[in-house]
Write a protein that binds this ligand. Structure first.
Ligand code: GUN
Ligand code: FE
Length: 438
């Protein structure tokens, strides 16, 4: 038996699949060579040679995945929330993102963002940089040193963006190749490039077509925004009259996932054909069907959707229809980088949606939001987000001692209380691919 492993002992909660959450008040979780060998309710004698890390009364859960976050929007988080999407982009986002051409500013700012990511429950993330190549490569360098696993994109845009931040299609494509080759040349172990058209409003057909070709040529995943805001959707209809719905503008340009029968088999995840679309608040039936067919991941960003008055996405419908879905903080439209807050927002917005908008679509429950934060989003990175045997070993250790109560609760209820009452300060340990970060 390999000695390259360890056992974590404590209470455990994890999703076995999207229907079933496992709660164990006492568990031994075995990691060998960075991969889970499963969870036991007794000391597993067959692994007696491995060191036991004893967390006693603490809670151990799989690492969380943030499927959609903007690193350069960290500085203005918690401000400017009284606008809707397009006004907010022009007033707050574009002027700030433009500043990242200044590498000193970028380094100081990304340092703060990364520290916040590091201390919270997140172990994996899909991250937007800015249109600037150098500062986005710098962000990747800085992330690689943390031990977290991330995808990072240089943002593309060649229309409907103020001149000071707008690219031409040619320059944007050329810069994307420079960015991708620069990132790949570093041979990072846990940081990979991802193709990142901002959204159809700001990307011409020519640019999107070129990006689709680059994604294919370099075997890269894609991330973007979709059907977030009603004014945005109307603008896409005007800009792209031959598309019958918004998602088709990505599909026509090779940026909208691939059906499972032609999606390449791969050792390393993610790759070409793996796509994240953030928001999907107002997706019509045809768009939902195409996302399902093409295995597109939905990044459900409920805090952002409330802050920018975008709406409330039908997350339970996506879950029940078998679409792939995880959670995104969407920082800075979401104020908090901590996915506990995103989980809460998902619950709240789904309950209000059901009561005020559509009684036929059920509200989410705790096990749904826990699933989305762990296994649902983790799937984008491969076998990630569970302690089931064979999953990459990402874990966070949570201390709920400060959340006093005179009641006795089981492990799942303790996790629910941590989500409602806790924050980053309750995160006391973190493992990624079997490596202990703290
Ligand atoms: N759509 C295009 N760009 C953005 C962005 O930066 N944030 C959000 N929430 N939506 C977008
Ligand atoms: Fe976003």
């Amino acid at each position: 038996m390999s000695e390259n492993g360890f056992i974590l002992h404590g209470a455990a909660v994890y999703s076995e699949n999207r229907e079933r959450i496992i709660s164990m008040d006492e568990a031994w979780i075995v990691c060998v060579d960075g991969v889970s060998r499963g969870v036991f309710d007794h000391f597993p004698e067959e692994y007696a040679g491995l060191e036991v890390e004893d967390y006693w009364d603490k809670l151990i859960v799989p690492g969380f995945t943030d499927l959609h976050v903007h690193a350069p929007q960290y500085q203005f988080r918690g401000t400017g929330m009284d606008m809707e999407l397009l006004g907010w982009l022009n007033t707050i986002v574009f002027p700030e993102e433009r500043r990242y051409k200044d590498l000193e500013y970028a380094e100081s700012s990304y340092d703060q963002f990364i520290e916040d990511l590091f201390v919270g429950p997140t172990t994996r993330a899909a991250i937007f940089g800015t249109a600037d190549v150098e500062s986005t490569l710098l962000l990747m360098d800085m992330l690689e040193d943390t031990g977290l696993v991330t995808c990072v994109g240089k943002v593309n845009m060649d229309r409907n963006v103020p001149e000071y931040y707008c690219e031409t299609a040619e320059q944007s494509l050329e810069d994307t190749i420079t960015f991708v080759e620069g990132a790949l040349a570093e041979e990072y172990e846990r940081t990979m490039p991802i193709i990142t058209p901002r959204f159809t409003v700001s990307c011409s057909r020519k640019l999107m077509q070129g990006l689709g070709e680059i994604a294919k040529e370099y075997n890269l995943p894609v991330q973007s925004h979709l059907s977030e805001n009603l004014t945005e959707i109307r603008m896409v209809q005007e800009l792209e009259p031959d598309a019958s719905f918004y998602g088709e503008t990505y599909e026509k340009t090779g940026l909208f996932g691939l059906p499972s029968d032609i999606r390449p088999e791969r050792e390393e995840c993610p790759g070409y054909g793996d796509t994240i679309m953030a928001h999907c608040v107002w997706s019509p039936k045809e768009e939902i069907a195409l996302m399902k067919k093409n295995g597109v991941f939905i990044a459900h960003c409920p805090e952002s959707n409330m802050n920018l008055t975008s709406g409330a996405a039908p997350a339970s419908l996506y879950l029940d229809e078998g679409l792939r879905i995880g959670l995104g903080t969407d920082l800075g439209a979401g104020a908090s980088p901590c996915l506990f807050d995103t989980m809460k927002a998902a619950l709240t917005s789904s309950k209000l949606r059901k009561r005020f908008y559509d009684e036929n679509i059920r509200s989410l429950d705790f096990s749904d939001v826990f699933y989305m934060a762990t296994l649902g989003g983790g799937e984008f990175f491969g076998k990630v987000g569970s302690f089931e045997e064979g999953y990459e070993f990402d874990a966070v250790v949570l201390d709920d001692f400060s959340l006093s109560t005179m009641n006795e609760y089981g492990a799942a209820e303790r996790m629910e209380r941590l989500m409602y009452l806790g924050d980053d300060r309750n995160v006391v340990g973190k493992y990624v691919r079997g490596q202990k970060l703290y």
